[in-house]
Design a binder for this molecule. Structure first.
Ligand SMILES: OC[C@H]1NNC[C@@H](O)[C@@H]1O
Length: 457
């Protein structure tokens, strides 16, 4: 990955996005739905993990969250008030198949039926994520993503969902951020299922990708036309090309290459060799994984800044990254401690269009956590508004550079359960008072409404 570039970001005047550019917002089931035991929903690994002492801030769980399961009509109305074109949401697999297999739970299906109909009634295009981390616990009890059979169960679940919603949902993404599922869930253990076994995390990554490929086959066979995957990608900034390449491989190329080129990068295979012999890769797997897709979802928050340092132990979230240090970036930070570096988005999008040409891109997540305060019924979230403005300018610079970028979905519509951080980190453009479930559009939402209306800044 190149060192820091400076793009000629226009710093004033109105920037128009292409005609038909899709403006929306994104959420995920476990983070907003609540109703964890309602209508036959089974336990997921996040129900288990959030109840494990010390894993989630203050023991927060997704039991209630934003109560979106019951309040979705109000939330769809808010989307309409903001003029959103599209809404990206995930389906809770354990709501559909409480044990991760077998016949679908009709009341679980009914909820997503109602939600899709509500969206359609509001003129809002649904964009479905089939898996956003809430694996049915029963499947984890059998090894979870380290078990190849989970990939097959995932494809069966995908087919169930298409058969119910395929007449109204055109855009399907299989996985959200398989890097997090594999390396936060099975290597570092900071996410569910909380396993600290780097030696099995590469198998988990492979089976997630196999599940993606099998699901693409199932969706395509059923008639789906717009299928993709969402990856959390980060440009790597470094004064050391070797260190940059190591992290770029472990974060980006380990997923981009199998999905878009049908092969694992040789340097990643070699570096992971200290953990695994890769025997979990069976003949034909990579052909399945690299099934053609119609769009690539890109989740971008910030670059990774690294440097080479002899003797540095591997970062737990990057097994195989021995000799690489993560000094942090000299830049303003969000409430997550993540650097605000919009140029990284331009850099990433331009790189993707050069290195992986031919697949349209959509920003499926971009946003920031800041500590918000409600004052007289308003939230003056200047930091978030500035973050979004900078990143939209960066996205526009990428389009100007020739990138085929189809849309932007802000993370997130609502404040919600931010995984190990619980509810203390707020990413929403709409504030949620968790005591009253009152929604309050923040200044950033009102600004975003104007961006959508003008199709530009
Ligand atoms: O950390 C912010 C977001 N990142 N991508 C996945 C989402 O579930 C997170 O809330």
């Amino acid at each position: 990955m190149s060192a820091q570039k400076s793009y000629n970001l226009q710093d004033s005047g109105v920037l128009r996005f292409p005609e038909g550019f899709v403006w929306g917002a994104a959420t995920a089931a476990y983070q907003i739905e609540g109703a964890a035991r309602d209508d036959g929903r089974g336990p997921s690994i996040w129900d288990t993990f959030s109840r494990t002492p010390g894993k989630v801030h203050a023991g927060h769980t997704g039991d209630v969250a934003c109560d979106h399961y019951h309040r979705y009509p109000e939330d769809v109305r808010i989307m309409g008030d903001l003029g959103l074109h599209a809404y990206r949401f995930s389906i809770s697999w354990p709501r559909i198949q409480p044990d991760g297999a077998g016949p679908a739970n009709p009341r679980g299906l009914d909820f997503y039926d109602r939600l899709v109909d509500e969206l359609q009634g509001g003129g809002i295009t649904p964009i479905v994520t089939l898996y956003h981390w809430d694996l049915p616990q029963t499947l984890e009890d059998r090894g979870g993503w380290t078990n190849r059979e989970t990939a097959e169960r995932f494809a069966e679940y995908a087919a169930i969902m298409y058969s119910r919603l395929g007449d109204r949902v055109e855009t399907w993404t299989t996985l959200n951020e398989p890097w997090c599922s594999a390396f936060l869930g099975y290597a570092s253990g900071i996410h569910a299922p909380g396993r600290t076994e780097p030696e099995v995390s590469f198998a988990a990554a492979h089976h997630l990708l196999l599940g993606h490929g099998l699901a693409v086959q199932a969706l395509r066979a059923a008639g789906a036309s717009q299928i993709g995957i969402t990856l959390n990608l980060a440009p790597v900034l470094s004064d050391d090309a070797e260190a940059a390449s190591i992290v770029d491989g472990l974060q980006n190329r380990i997923f981009l290459d199998p999905v878009l080129r049908g092969e694992y990068p040789a340097d990643v295979v070699e570096r992971a060799g200290r953990f695994t012999d890769w025997s979990f890769v069976k003949d034909g797997d990579l052909e399945i994984i690299s099934q053609p897709i119609d769009l690539l979802g890109v989740n971008y928050y910030n670059p990774q800044t690294v440097t080479g340092r002899a003797g540095e132990p591997a970062n737990p979230v990057y097994p195989g990254s021995e000799g690489v240090a993560f000094p942090g970036a000299d830049a303003p930070k969000t409430a997550m401690g993540w650097p605000v570096q919009p140029f990284g988005l331009t850099d990433l999008l331009v790189r993707l269009s050069h290195d992986y040409p031919g697949t349209p891109l959509i920003i499926t997540e971009n946003g920031a956590a800041f500590d918000d305060v409600v004052e007289d019924g308003q939230v003056h979230d200047v930091g978030r508004l500035s973050y979004l403005d900078g990143h939209l300018r960066a996205a526009h610079a990428a389009i100007e550079a020739g990138v085929d970028l189809r849309g932007y979905l802000v993370w997130s519509l609502l404040d919600n359960f931010e995984w190990a951080e619980g509810y203390r980190k707020r990413f929403g453009v709409v504030h949620v008072d968790y005591n009253t479930q009152r929604r309050t559009p923040k200044d950033s939402a009102l600004w975003y409404r104007e961006v959508v209306r003008r199709n530009g800044l």
